[in-house]
Design a protein around this ligand. Structure first.
Ligand SMILES: Cc1cc2nc3c(=O)[nH]c(=O)nc-3n(C[C@H](O)[C@H](O)[C@H](O)COP(=O)(O)OP(=O)(O)OC[C@H]3O[C@@H](n4cnc5c(N)ncnc54)[C@H](O)[C@@H]3O)c2cc1C
Length: 487
């Protein structure tokens, strides 16, 4: 008998088992609904599991403990600093939902067992309000799945939702999915919550909204915009589809996670790390915390502004590093590049405030963190020739590439890195009750959306707003779907 027999109906069907989907499922179950989560991958987590995992929140208990007085209103205002050219397109009603609920979201996650370090400063936020998940972002699916199970939620992995089924009133009556290679129709008595993530690796969607980025792969290969596509097919519309983060530069995630990195992100481990961060000197806790780093990190543009150059696999320079280099990197052999810099730059990026990357747990990673924990990405040498040998690039070409100026030795390199789309902000139009809207702004009955697919035009630039939105909107949408109500 199929292990998935008996999944023909539930009160609430959730599409996707990332942070938003699991949060929606937990709250729907807490509201008394029977809940089924359909996840196309073999394990839950989605982009939430690949993320750095930070959450920006104002008014948290961790802030209060640190003597920081902060308010959602200040957080709301500070988000203006991140919007750039897209500022006028933001959905301010949803930004309000985010900032007003952010601290509660964080506390709820902590009540489920997640641990956070912080708050750490993250300018231009005026107060330290970045909370960093410990030991890494695998903690999101780990704890959320555990709570979902405790609440009686049925999570079926390897179940790809194909389309939304329409009811006679124009609303949604369920979904069609592929489970065990068979198409099955599943009735959602109270509603469907779409939580299928973004389209950072969705070629069709990117071709439509940002054709120049269509060929650039997403960090998450299965973030293909399925939820957007299914909802559009029944009359929903997408807002801010052109807001795509990237191409950003990303180092590959570690090839083989170490034993330590494969440890379950248990409560005890989180508490041990919190304790280490609170009590040990930085020189002792950093190596401990960094050894759990699993996310795919990206170098800050400041490295290039400070004098680092980019070379390709042939050891040649190929771009003006003062311009965004993503598209040029994608066009190089193997789509790869290496950052090369001298010792002056290396020293600068070895301590605050000049980080190489934002990073889980410790918030920021510096060059010594890479030297120690990502030996696969780091090389050094007294001369260009020695550096070329250390990182496997052609020596003659590298010598030629670096001869335009005096370099202070030793020389350093980080790579390979690739150009990737990290996040997309285009979401289905939704109201503040997370109900999906048609082109004329009417509600599609019984269809809700949360997380990236339910972003509704909210712009979440800056660190720590996306996961917070995923969990906040997921919880709300799950509750509202279970109650068949609007906020
Ligand atoms: C490298 C990286 C670093 C990041 N760092 C941060 C950070 O520090 N802080 C922050 O706030 N944000 C960060 N983000 C962004 C953040 O991770 C995402 O915006 C957020 O996790 C999205 O959550 P979600 O639940 O909407 O989607 P996801 O977590 O992607 O979950 C969607 C799920 O739906 C499933 N699914 C999709 N289609 C179907 C289908 N047809 N049928 C069934 N299941 C389906 C997917 O497999 C997936 O499991 C980062 C993202 C990346 C890639």
């Amino acid at each position: 008998m199929s292990p998935h027999v008996g999944i023909d109906a539930a009160d609430v069907v959730v599409v996707g088992g990332g942070a938003s989907g699991l949060a929606a499922a937990i709250e729907a179950a807490a509201a008394g609904a029977s809940v089924l989560v359909l996840e196309k991958n073999t394990a839950p987590g989605g982009s939430s599991r690949l993320s750095v995992g930070s959450i920006n929140a104002a008014g948290s208990r961790l802030q209060q403990r640190a003597g920081i007085v902060d308010t959602p209103d200040e957080h709301f205002e500070d988000m203006d600093h991140f919007m750039g050219a897209f500022a006028s397109k933001d959905n301010l009603a949803l930004r309000r939902v985010l900032v007003d609920n952010a601290a509660d979201t964080l506390h709820w996650l902590m009540s489920l067992g997640l641990s956070f370090y912080g708050p750490t400063a993250d300018p231009p936020h005026r107060h330290p309000r970045m909370h960093n998940v410990l030991p890494n972002s695998r903690a999101y699916p780990y704890y959320l799945s555990k709570e979902a199970k405790r609440r009686g939620v049925r999570l079926v992995c390897g179940a790809e939702v194909l389309e939304l089924l329409r009811a006679d009133d124009g609303g949604v009556r369920g979904v069609a999915a592929r489970v065990d290679g068979r198409r099955v129709e599943i009735v959602a008595r109270r509603g469907v919550v779409l939580c299928a993530g973004d389209y950072s690796n969705g070629t069709e969607m990117k071709s439509r909204f940002r054709p120049e980025l269509a060929a650039i792969r997403g960090v998450n290969p299965t973030a293909t915009g399925d939820g957007h596509r299914m909802a559009e097919a029944i009359g929903a519309r997408i807002v801010n589809g052109e807001v795509v983060y990237g191409p950003g530069l990303r180092f590959g995630a570690p090839d083989r996670p170490s034993l330590v990195q494969r440890l379950p992100p248990s409560w005890a481990l989180g508490k041990l790390m919190s304790l280490a961060l609170a009590t040990l000197p930085a020189a002792l806790f950093r190596p401990f915390v960094m050894s759990f780093m699993t996310a795919s990190l990206g170098p800050e543009a400041a490295l290039l502004k400070s004098g680092a150059v980019l070379v390709n696999r042939d050891g040649r320079r190929f771009v003006d590093e003062q311009q965004p280099p993503g598209l040029a990197i994608a066009a190089q052999p193997g789509g790869q590049a290496w950052l090369v810099f001298d010792d002056a730059v290396a020293r600068r990026f070895s301590a605050p405030p000049h980080a190489v990357s934002t990073a889980p747990g410790v918030a920021f990673a510096y060059l010594p963190d890479y030297r120690r924990h990502r030996k696969d990405l780091y090389g050094t040498g007294e001369t260009a020739e020695a550096l070329a040998h250390a990182v496997g690039l052609p020596a003659e070409a590298l010598e030629d590439a670096l001869k335009d100026r005096a370099w202070r030795s030793p020389l350093h390199a980080l790579g390979p890195l690739e150009a990737r789309i990290v996040i997309t902000d285009g979401g289905l139009a939704v109201n503040v009750s997370h109900q999906v809207l048609r082109a004329d702004d009417s509600v599609i009955p019984r269809l809700y959306a949360a997380g990236a697919v339910g972003q509704g035009g909210a712009l979440l630039a800056g660190n720590g707003h996306h996961i917070c939105w995923a969990v906040t909107s997921g919880r709300r949408a799950g509750r509202l779907a279970a109650n068949g109500a609007a906020a």
